[in-house]
Design a protein around this ligand. Structure first.
Ligand SMILES: Nc1nc2c(ncn2[C@@H]2O[C@H](COP(=O)(O)OP(=O)(O)OP(=O)(O)O)[C@@H](O)[C@H]2O)c(=O)[nH]1
Length: 780
């Protein structure tokens, strides 16, 4: 199981707090995962549908009777939907699905477009949630059936639904709002101006695009945030009055992609928009980045950055400021790249395309239609009311099982009871040093080696391998002896001798950070060199190539400190702190180890930021060797997470039989915030005969965890071993009582490249198998 830190780092703070499942474009990890899974299935059915279309176009396979029945069914649905006095929300959502698919077809988008799949999936999911809540047994309209119905209706020429879009455009002056409206209608409906603000007042522009009635509300451009808030507020209040009676279905918020700065100065503007219209304005907003074909800026290496990377940075920055403006980190606005220049590239169909090949006009239509359909379904099924705003500074509930897992995991302290690592059993000092007794060996040259027979070559390599193992064992023993001696000498050493020892150490230059190819005086790697001196303190700047604070040249500081205060008392601190204009994060582990006879005491304080909250964990562990082969330990932990506190305790015992067999058992519990969790494990390990210089072992483990009246039992098996001299294999399998498990098998070798070939052939085979399967799908 992941420990608590891994759990924190892979779940950004409030994502998992969403108690409801919004189904517009908000990001929700669980549904995203489900979507990915579902999405791949839909891709398959999407391919089947497109082939269905080809077949029906050729009028080969689709029987007209079947088509007729589909049309009747679809018309019935459409009529049902239009009959206002008799509306069942679930049936209306089914009609939305069909209308949406018909629109997708009209604007020439593929039903396999990820946006289409996401909308359909969310509509289906929303119906299922509502049906389950109201105990309705009605089966929902399956996505592939909706596709077939939409296709049949479009082919039969039925024009029984009336769909229109009302779009509000907002953004600073000169970003290309009016130019985008003109691009969409493919004619100059509104004036644009390269030198002066051109939209003087709010104006409605109505027209038809690909058979869909679209009304744009073009608004005067807002001014940059500084000192213009009053005028901007006036414009926005006018817009609010204008749309009060008939609110727009979609809002387009404009920015220029090519205007970039490391600091975003228009946050006050986003905040003002949020204050005037309310946070909900962002729910239906698409972010439009104009000037998307402009030349890309240079990166640190002197070459232009990649298009995707640049777009990603710009949109992430804008999205993060919107998050701050609405105090919600779940919102994920769709982003559209646009290029209004008359010389914009075109594809073979004559559509304007971006450098990434996307035809942006139909994508804008698709996103607008999707936003409207999801918005309508949201209000129909009343999902909007159940969406809970999660403050970005709110604190989520920490995962107790992960906290317990961290507590149960043995801490690697670097200190041991009798001078050795406490985790590693000593090789007996009396064991004779076989390496020194070996007869000398003559190392062969390459030419000499080539002259040997195959058997001789094998014997020679086996001998070298045997000697290498013995040599490594000898070194390991010497290392342990050195540690023991230094512990003994340190305990009696005076301060002056410590000084003498330390002054004899050399100053070493630490490895440099990667230096960009072209010189940049702002780049810290060109300015600083770090030296590792005699001091116990090691302080280094942390540089993030994507960091913001270029003027101070680093984004954080890392600190390492370790000191043997007395022979049996060691203190250490390791941590990293990062700070920019918005965020502050710290991660530090500090601890004190004290060895007394056969007892080891370890106390530590870990500090970690999780979003805006500080997680502090204090731990105290004691371990004592009660028998030569047995050591017992116990530990206590106190964790504070924001205003919540958790107390944990554990007991552990470890039995070693000889150097090769080890049995470790532990159990513990954690309570706090009116919850409790219990867990424990037993682990048996048999190590290879050359442990620790060759890491061969077999481990069998069983564990249990109870949380929230639920118990999960699990088991795992792991083995690592060498095959011959050059290959290593590792097999790992685990399974729990919820039938979740994993098997992994790894082989690594420095010779036998045929093994790599086998892997490549199996991969290619698997790919072909998949392709053939999808061809079969298309044929059926
Ligand atoms: N190269 C390029 N130029 C653009 C793009 N979009 C707009 N422009 C140009 O930018 C200038 C301003 O565009 P407008 O559409 O008037 O900007 P606006 O946001 O409507 O400005 P206001 O009416 O003042 O609010 C015009 O000269 C446009 O031709 C684009 O994507 N690429």
């Amino acid at each position: 199981m992941m420990n608590f830190k891994e759990w924190l780092s892979c779940h950004s703070i409030s994502k998992s707090l969403l108690s409801t499942r919004p189904f517009s474009f908000f990001y929700d990890e669980s549904s995203e995962r489900e979507f990915r899974h579902h999405g791949t299935m839909d891709m398959v059915t999407g391919a089947a549908i497109s082939s269905e279309r080809t077949l029906s176009e050729n009028q080969v396979n689709v029987s007209s009777a079947h088509e007729q029945s589909l049309v009747t069914e679809a018309s019935a649905l459409a009529q049902y939907n239009s009959n206002k006095g008799n509306k069942d929300p679930l049936t209306q959502v089914e009609a939305f699905q069909i209308s949406f698919l018909r629109l997708v077809q009209r604007i020439g988008q593929s039903p396999a477009n990820p946006v289409v799949l996401q909308v359909l999936y969310r509509l289906e999911l929303a119906s299922l949630i509502r049906a389950a809540e109201s105990n309705v047994k009605k089966p929902g309209l399956k996505i592939d059936k909706a596709r077939a119905l939409a296709l049949a209706l479009e082919e039969s020429g039925h024009d029984d639904f009336d769909f229109s879009l009302k779009i509000l455009v907002l953004g600073k002056t000169g970003v290309g709002k009016s130019a985008t409206v003109n691009s969409l209608f493919d004619e100059a409906k509104v004036t644009t101006n390269a030198f002066r603000p051109s939209t003087k007042g709010i104006q409605q522009v109505v027209g038809t695009i690909k058979g869909i009635k679209v009304t744009f509300i073009d608004t005067p451009g807002l001014l940059p945030s500084n000192n213009n808030q009053r005028r901007n507020r006036k414009i926005l209040i006018e817009v609010r009055k204008f749309i009060r009676k008939s609110p727009p279905d979609v809002v387009l918020y404009f920015e220029r992609l090519d205007f970039y700065d490391r600091v975003y100065y228009d946050f006050p503007l986003l905040k003002l928009i949020t204050n005037v219209f309310g946070s909900s304005i962002w729910f239906n907003t698409i972010l439009v980045m104009t000037h998307s074909s402009s030349p890309l800026p240079e990166g640190m290496d002197g070459y232009p950055v990649s298009y995707e990377e640049f777009v990603g940075q710009r949109t992430k920055l804008l999205q993060s400021y919107i998050h701050q403006a609405v105090s919600n980190t779940q919102l994920e606005n769709p982003v559209l790249l646009a290029e209004n220049h008359p010389m914009c590239m075109k594809n073979s169909k004559g559509e304007k395309v971006l450098p990434n090949g996307q035809a942006w006009l139909s994508q804008l239509l698709l996103l607008s239609i999707s936003t409207k359909v999801l918005g309508d379904a949201n209000s129909l099924l009343k999902f909007q009311n159940s969406f809970q705003f999660v403050k970005s500074d709110s604190i989520r509930q920490p995962s107790l099982p992960h906290l317990l897992s961290s507590l149960l995991q043995p801490r690697s302290t670097g200190t041991s009871i009798d001078g050795n690592d406490f985790q590693v059993d000593d090789l007996s000092d009396g064991e004779e040093d076989e390496y020194d007794q070996l007869p000398p060996i003559r190392i062969l040259t390459k030419a000499q080696y080539q002259q040997l027979s195959r058997l001789q070559k094998n014997a020679y390599l086996d001998e070298l391998d045997y000697r290498e193992t013995l040599y490594l064992k000898k070194q390991w023993r010497a290392e342990i002896r050195r540690n023991k001696e230094s512990m003994l000498s340190n305990s009696g050493a005076s301060e002056s001798s410590e000084y003498e020892n330390s002054s004899s150490h050399e100053v070493v230059q630490l490895p440099d950070m990667a230096i960009p190819l072209s010189f940049d005086s702002n780049c810290p790697s060109h300015r600083y060199r770090c030296l590792l001196g005699t001091n116990e303190w090691l302080l280094r700047p942390v540089v993030d190539s994507q960091g913001w604070d270029h003027d101070v040249c680093f984004d954080g500081i890392s600190l390492d400190f370790s000191k043997q205060i007395k022979g049996n008392l060691t203190a250490s601190v390791a941590g990293q702190m990062r700070k920019d204009k918005v965020d502050f994060s710290i991660q530090s582990d500090s601890g004190v180890n004290f060895v007394h006879g056969k007892c080891l005491f370890v106390s530590s304080l870990d500090i970690l930021t999780a979003g805006k909250a500080l997680v502090c964990t204090f731990r105290g562990d004691v371990k004592f060797k009660n028998l030569n082969c047995n050591s017992t330990g116990c530990g206590l932990s106190l964790t504070s997470f924001g205003k919540m506190h958790f107390i944990g305790a554990k007991l552990e015992d470890s039995i070693s039989l000889g150097r090769r067999f080890k049995l470790v058992a532990n159990t513990g519990c954690l309570v706090g915030n009116s919850q409790e969790t219990y867990g424990g494990s037993v682990e048996a390990t048999i190590r290879g005969k050359d442990f620790p210089v060759r890491d061969e072992k077999v481990t069998v483990a069983a564990n249990f965890l109870t949380y929230d009246k639920d118990m999960v039992l699990g088991g795992s098996f792991q083995t690592d071993f060498r095959v011959g001299r050059v290959a290593k294999m590792s097999l790992n399998a685990n399974m729990n009582s919820r039938s979740l498990g994993q098997i992994s098998f790894k082989v690594s070798t420095s010779e036998h490249f045929e093994l790599g070939l086998i892997t490549a052939v199996s991969l290619i085979q698997a790919l072909f198998h998949k392709r053939n399967k999808s061809h079969e799908w298309e044929k059926t």
